[in-house]
Design a protein around this ligand. Sequence first.
Ligand code: ADP
Ligand code: SF4
Length: 688
Amino acid sequence: MARNPRYDILFEPVRIGPLTARNRFYQVPHCTGMGYDLPHSVSRMREVKAEGGWAVVNTEYNSLHWSSEDAPYRLCAMWDENDIRLQSLTAEKIHRHGALAGTELWHGGNHSPNRFSRETPISPSGSTQHAVFPLQTRAMDREDIRNLRRWQVQAAKRAMQAGFDIVYCYAGHGYLPFQFITKRWNQRTDEYGGPIENRARLLKEMIEETKEAIGHKCAVAVRLAVDELIGPAGVTAENEGREVIDYLAELPDLWDVNISYVENDSMSARFGEEGHQEKYIGFVKKLTSKPVVSVGRFTSPDTMVSMIKRGVCDFIGAARPSIADPWLPRKIDEGREEDIRECIGCNICRAHNNQGVPIRCTQNPTMGEEYRRDWHPEIVTPKRGFANDQVLVVGGGPAGLECAMILGKRGYQVALADAGRELGGRINRESRLPGLGTWGRVRDYRLGQIAKLPNVEIFLESRMDKDTILEAGYRHVILATGAAWRRDGIGHNVYFPLPGLDAANVLTPDDVMSGKQPSGSIVVYDDDQFYMAGALAERFRAAGHDVTLVTPGLDVSSWTLFTDEQFKVQTKLMKMGVNLVLAHRLEAWHGDAAAVACIYTGASRRVAGETLVTVTARQADDGLYRSLKEDAAAREAADIVTLRPIGDCDAPGAIVHATYAGHRAAREFGETIDPDQFPFKRELVFVK
Ligand code: ADP
Ligand code: SF4
């Protein structure tokens, strides 16, 4: 198909210093949880994006010297010759598809506890670490500053040698050059402290010296956080953010501007709309003639066009949209906008990097598997084994939808049966919770793709039981029947059923999401500690209920720490007037009060309420699977040769686990899988 002329502007080439980008799609640097530990994995992942049409593909943060490293989180490094070899893999793969390769040279200053290198951390004035850590930083003297400048230049030269086209001076996300800019961390009295020209001096020198060293061949980009969203205590778009851009306007070849810190820059959909950064970065283009990149979880080509036409930016920057759909630009170019797998803003990608493991994505199950499992986000192996057989997928939630879609794309005949009137499973319920509307995209993308596959037949209002499956005549049955929230209190902190939970005024999230209205004051008990209880508490409070949230966690929705949302969730609930009882586990429900006990002392107390909503563990809906599994004779008589549970029915989890399980089952269907063979390529360092 041809590209819609409305989007032509997105495919105009743009000059960046000595180079030209083929279009306006710019994959900004983003963490991967792979870095130098997994060079083949990370380079292949970047390659797939270049193939998908991005004009610029950047690496993640790339330590310019070992006095700044971030172990156990994974990063790239430009420390010596070995790194040149390692990273040339990435540059070469990006070039293979006509994209420019960029790299973000990084020094974290007081964001680098140096747990691996054990170097003394440095910062402009000596301060605590950004995160609580029992080692402070040394105030940099002039020699330290000279060293830093030299290290930046050395690393830039190595980056050029590795084949990179764009090299960053990185003053975003609170890192070292930024620490000089903000008064909070720069209390120096020499020529690097005081007026903004002094505080921006280091960044200026780094840009000038990097350009001098590699500017004949490479473009030099600057990433700057123009607002920290903490008001006058920090940098704002009204003061230093603007002043730095004004002062250095024409110096770099490109401005990559954003807001700090990562939780604001990568704001989840729960807290920020597409394009939410515009109000902060909108001024930048007025102050410089250099190309400007900005991000904002852009997935709509019309919004992108509007950003360019209104003069907000020259490039559409993207991290998460390029993770959810590495082929986003190519799809727009080919007039296939409806095929875009839109990021839902769930921040599961962030959560995995934040745990020091390779990123994965709710929408794109191939993320992180491009090399080690040879999974491509758009290309699947055509059907091989069982090529003439039909497959029955029972359950049309995220697991069943993904599985049916990929089986269909592989060319299999698929029947997708669901008990409900519409497909989507848990997505239909959860996307109606406050702030989670974008999650509906998990269902919508898959329904859109399945609609194009004549070989996938859908059967709604078709509850399957053992007999109907045995009679249906399918040789292959994949069960994606989901899970239900438990009613007995069992969860992370409670191991046996609790008394009183069978009362009529005790509800589970399933009850609430299927329309049961809790009455009066509500106690929400959260032993799940992800998003569900916080979202329900928000909904109840917004409807005027008196709400008390009780959790064994030490803070609200503890696991959202990893999705960079915890602080925002707790702030919101506290501002709404939700009462919090932290570090307490449920012991019983007395009809008008919950008995709860302190997790440390065991001391009991009562929390009064007219309704109790328990958000605990979930129970796999695996009865159907087990009844078939246990009846080998019946299966044999019905000629069923494949039986596989996937998603929540196999082990209840987050949506990311369900889409992954569905994808994997579909990829593995008809293939020879040896359970005794390790299932993917490992990147091992061998001892000679
Ligand atoms: P997952 O996250 O694993 O995809 P969901 O709970 O979202 O699980 O979806 C499960 C789907 O399975 C729901 O749409 C539900 O209606 C459907 N389902 C459950 N049991 C049956 C059954 N016996 N027959 C047909 N559909 C079923
Ligand atoms: Fe977007 Fe969620 Fe995928 Fe991250 S994990 S790219 S936020 S859909």
